[in-house]
Design a protein around this ligand. Structure first.
Ligand SMILES: NC(=O)c1ccc[n+]([C@@H]2O[C@H](COP(=O)([O-])OP(=O)(O)OC[C@H]3O[C@@H](n4cnc5c(N)ncnc54)[C@H](O)[C@@H]3O)[C@@H](O)[C@H]2O)c1
Length: 361
């Protein structure tokens, strides 16, 4: 079976978890040992079929290094779960553009190496799918790499909250180029927003009237630092709207306020406060802490997206691939679909996605 050839844009914490995950699950003999994967098999494809063929970054501690070394270089702090053998993939220097923000400029050490010819490298490596794992505030850089993917004839996966798949102009450009596109803003495997919505839905279904609720996220990865000065408000608006939509009435809702605590490393703590009343106005309160490690939270979903995009390529599908976007991304294309996604039971998106992959086997 030929491999699914992917290129990674940004060798940060997510990329580290992705590459380690390929090694970790690649070593397993039996599929039943694949604990932690939502779909060990998808459309006849397993994670063993995924191969990284190119990578780009701007940090001096990563550029020019083998990918196996770069994923463990500072400031990455995703936990090491496995040794990764040398890959023979050297991390290339990409143009910095707006990749580094005000808060992260003291954390990232900018490489002086000349910018590489991204299209040429993607073509030479025969990359089929480009995965955008740039910091969330890197709007121009995300657009630059979407442009490079178009020019190199690659599918594009936008894991960042920048608007590419949900932007009609970009979706049309991929459609015209006959290439599939998926995004925007990857959904975590065990996410705080999904947990918050599920709790609220359960309580309101049982007749509880929620009066107020908030959710605060604290993380120690570079991405949390970047969010602080570049995407905090946007993220808070998206998450608050999403959480509020799980209640059939108006309540005081705040979700997605983020802060950075460096000693947390790649851990993320989410705090939930829920207050309401039930029978005869009796009060109830939930005060909850939910702890995860950030980067591995993207791994299983990315494995699913990559395999689904390979299926899309095989089927010669083009433009934004709606079942993939609705299943794996917080902001799928088309405002109508995005609004629906806020209300849509998660199971419906899952079902549509499974049909998409099963039909293709
Ligand atoms: N669970 C998750 O980790 C998760 C979930 C959903 C979405 N995301 C999104 O995935 C993206 C990556 O997250 P992360 O935690 O890996 O971030 P990170 O900050 O650890 O990694 C970003 C990498 O991009 C590099 N970079 C910056 N500018 C660049 C440029 N112009 N060209 C090439 N490389 C450049 C940085 O040096 C760094 O290595 C973010 O946008 C985040 O919002 C992550």
């Amino acid at each position: 079976m030929p491999k699914i050839k992917v290129a990674l844009i940004g060798v940060g914490n997510c990329a580290s978890a992705f590459v380690q995950g390929l090694q970790y699950y690649g070593k397993l003999e039996k599929e039943e040992d694949s604990v932690g994967l939502r779909n060990p098999q998808l459309g006849g494809l397993s994670p063993k079929d995924i191969q990284v063929v190119a990578a780009f970054d701007v940090d001096d501690r990563k550029v020019g290094k083998d990918l196996a070394e770069a994923i463990f270089a500072a400031p990455n702090n995703a936990p090491k779960v496995t040794d990764v053998a040398a890959t023979d993939i050297t991390v290339n220097k990409g143009p910095a553009l707006d990749g580094i923000g005000k808060s992260t400029k003291n954390v990232v050490q900018m490489s002086n190496a000349p910018d590489s010819n991204v299209v040429k490298i993607l073509k030479a490596a025969k990359a089929e799918i480009v995965i955008n794992l740039l910091p969330s505030g890197a709007t121009m850089a995300s657009q630059y790499y979407a442009e490079q993917a178009l020019a190199a004839g690659c599918a594009f996966v936008n894991a960042t909250p920048n608007f590419i798949a949900s932007d009609a102009t970009w979706a049309k450009r991929f459609e015209e180029a006959g290439l599939p596109l998926a995004g925007d803003d990857l959904i975590d495997q065990v996410g705080s927003t999904a947990l918050h919505k599920t709790l609220l839905k359960l309580l309101s279904m049982n007749g509880v009237k929620i009066t107020e609720t908030y959710q605060l996220d604290v993380g120690g990865g570079t991405e949390s630092l970047d969010t602080m000065d570049r995407t905090r408000d946007a993220k808070r608006a998206i998450k608050t709207q999403s959480v509020a939509s799980s209640l059939p009435y108006k309540a005081e809702v705040v979700a997605g306020s983020t802060d950075y605590v460096d000693f947390l490393q790649n851990k993320r703590d989410s705090y939930f406060w829920i207050s309401g009343v039930y029978f005869c106005n009796a009060p109830m309160q939930i005060d909850l802490k939910f702890s995860t490690v950030d980067a591995p939270n993207a791994g299983s979903v990315l494995f699913d997206v990559v395999r689904a995009m390979k299926i899309a390529l095989r089927k010669k599908l083009k433009g934004a691939i709606v079942p993939v976007c609705a299943y794996a991304f917080k902001r799928p294309p088309a405002q109508a679909l995005w609004n629906a996604r806020q209300m849509l039971p998660l199971e419906t998106a899952e079902e549509t996605f499974k049909c998409f992959t099963v039909e293709s086997t």
